[in-house]
Every structure is written in structure tokens, then in C-alpha cells.
Ligand binder design. Structure first.
Ligand code: ADP
Ligand code: MG
Length: 249
């Protein structure tokens, strides 16, 4: 994904000011910065929720600038939200099956009519849902309503649901926020595994620097909507402009 000169203004406030960002295939790219830096705004523009005031977003050779959210999702870009958005009474298995809806609109209709081809497709989807649940470590929770899961497993369910879209690029907004340290460790390895085993590129907004330093290949730092540093995690961590932004000088 290639973002050039991305600018977003809200009545008088410049939330993003000419930001450039390139997410290379098969990498974890972290987007960090103090509160209000523009991280969630970046996600909202990349997923079509907000419209950019200026600049362009491309994915491969596709121009995404100005497309609505469902058209961007069709380009293989999936996201999770900073705050959980799961139906509490639905089991993990059904949540993930619904997550495959984009791939199967026709399939679900046909399965309602009990066509043989549809039940076969339905079986394939259930099989894939089991694989994805196992990948994130939720194979034993498939029949549990998401509302009955501990917080960390609900966050993993949301991650698994995004994987059900078989995305090429995954946008994760604070995936380990609110987790215990054990859950953070596990989720960090799941995210690294999504890159290493599934070959999916990841753009990651995360406040936990331990997680960022451990799994990011590249880090971009925003402050007041401006890009202030960009590079390998350890170079960025020692960048004087980054230290100043975090110390609030
Ligand atoms: P971050 O996620 O890095 O904490 P945000 O992207 O949420 O920061 O916010 C960046 C700036 O844009 C903040 O000053 C925030 O108040 C402002 N902002 C975000 N969304 C809106 C909106 N929908 N309307 C007006 N201002 C907004
Ligand atoms: Mg945010």
C-alpha cells in the first residue's frame, strides 16, 4: 500500500498533514505517535470511513482514494477496531462464518435453498473457519458465544474475523490494548505468524512499544498529524524528534 501526501482537515483542525507511508508486502508496519497524532484518522481514511482532503492511496496498481468502505474491503483490505465490535450472543464459529460473508454472498443465499453445491461450499467455509480459529488459538472456543469469552479471546476473535476475509493487507488498531501481559505475548506471536505463515501485510497502530519493537519491520511516527520519523524500529526509537514528541516538549 502506498500513501502519498495524505491530508485530512476537520473544521479548522489539520488531523493529517501531507503524510507519506509505504507498507511493503509481507511486512509488519507500525504506526505510532502520542494521543491525537492522527493514527485512527489514517486508518479511517485508508478504509474509506473518512474522505481525505488531499493526497492519494494506492494498493498495488489500484487507486483507492475516495472509494467507499465496501469497495476497499473488496480490494483485500481488512481491519479491526480500537474498540471491540462483536455480537455478544453469537458463537465464535458463527461470527467467523459471517466474517466470510463477502466471499459467499451467493453461497449463503443458495444454502438457504439447500442446494447441494451450497452445502458443499458451506462445509468448505466451516473447515476454513476451524483452520483460522486454530491459527489464532481459539479452536476450543468455536461453540462459545463471544460475550462469554475473556477480553483477550474476544480481541482474538475480532482478529480471526478479519482473517476470514482472506485479506492481502490487515489494519490492526491497538490489537493488544487491555490485554494481560500473557495475552499480549501470545497475540504478538499470532500477528508475526500472520505475516510469516500467511504472507499477509500488516499496518499496526499500537501503544505497547514492547510489541512494536518485537514484531515491526518498519515504524512510522506521527505527531500532530505530521510524519516525524520513519524507519527501522531501533533507529526510530532513538530518534531525538520521537523522544521529544513522547516527552511532550
Ligand atoms: P490518534 O488515533 O492518533 O490518537 P486521531 O486520529 O483519533 O488520533 O485524532 C487526530 C486528531 O483529529 C485529534 O485532534 C482528534 O480530535 C481529531 N479528530 C479525529 N476524528 C475527528 C472527527 N471525526 N471530527 C473532528 N475531529 C476529529
Ligand atoms: Mg486512536
Amino acid at each position: 500500500m502506498s500513501v502519498r501526501g495524505l491530508t485530512v482537515r476537520f473544521a479548522g483542525l489539520t488531523a493529517l498533514d501531507a503524510v507519506d507511508l509505504t507498507v511493503l508486502p509481507g511486512t509488519v508496519h507500525a504506526l505510532i505517535g502520542p494521543n491525537g497524532a492522527g493514527k485512527s484518522t489514517t486508518f479511517n481514511v485508508l478504509t474509506g470511513v473518512y474522505r481525505a482532503t488531499g493526497g492519494s492511496v494506492r494498493h498495488g496498481d489500484r487507486e483507492l482514494t475516495g472509494l467507499p468502505p465496501h469497495r476497499i474491503a473488496e480490494q483485500g483490505i481488512a481491519r479491526t477496531f480500537q474498540n471491540l465490535a462483536l455480537p455478544a450472543g453469537t458463537t465464535v464459529a458463527d461470527t467467523l462464518l459471517l466474517g466470510r460473508h463477502r466471499l459467499t454472498r451467493a453461497g449463503f443465499l443458495a444454502s438457504g435453498l439447500r442446494l447441494p453445491s451450497a452445502t458443499q461450499e458451506e462445509r468448505r467455509h466451516r473447515e476454513r473457519v476451524r483452520e483460522i480459529a486454530a491459527f489464532v488459538g481459539l479452536e476450543r472456543q468455536l461453540d462459545t458465544p463471544t460475550g462469554a469469552l475473556p477480553y483477550g479471546q474476544r480481541k482474538l476473535t475480532e482478529l480471526a474475523r478479519a482473517l476470514c476475509l482472506e485479506p492481502g493487507l490487515l489494519l490492526l488498531d491497538e490489537p493488544v490494548a487491555g490485554m494481560t501481559s500473557e495475552e499480549r505475548r501470545r497475540t504478538a506471536s499470532v500477528i508475526a505468524g500472520i505475516r510469516d505463515s500467511l504472507g499477509i501485510s500488516i499496518l499496526l497502530v499500537e501503544h505497547d512499544m514492547g510489541v512494536v519493537m518485537r514484531i515491526a519491520d518498519t515504524v512510522t511516527v506521527l505527531d500532530f498529524g505530521r510524519l516525524i520519523a520513519d524507519g527501522a524500529p531501533h533507529d526510530v526509537q532513538n530518534d531525538p524528534a520521537v523522544l521529544r514528541a513522547y516527552l511532550g516538549e
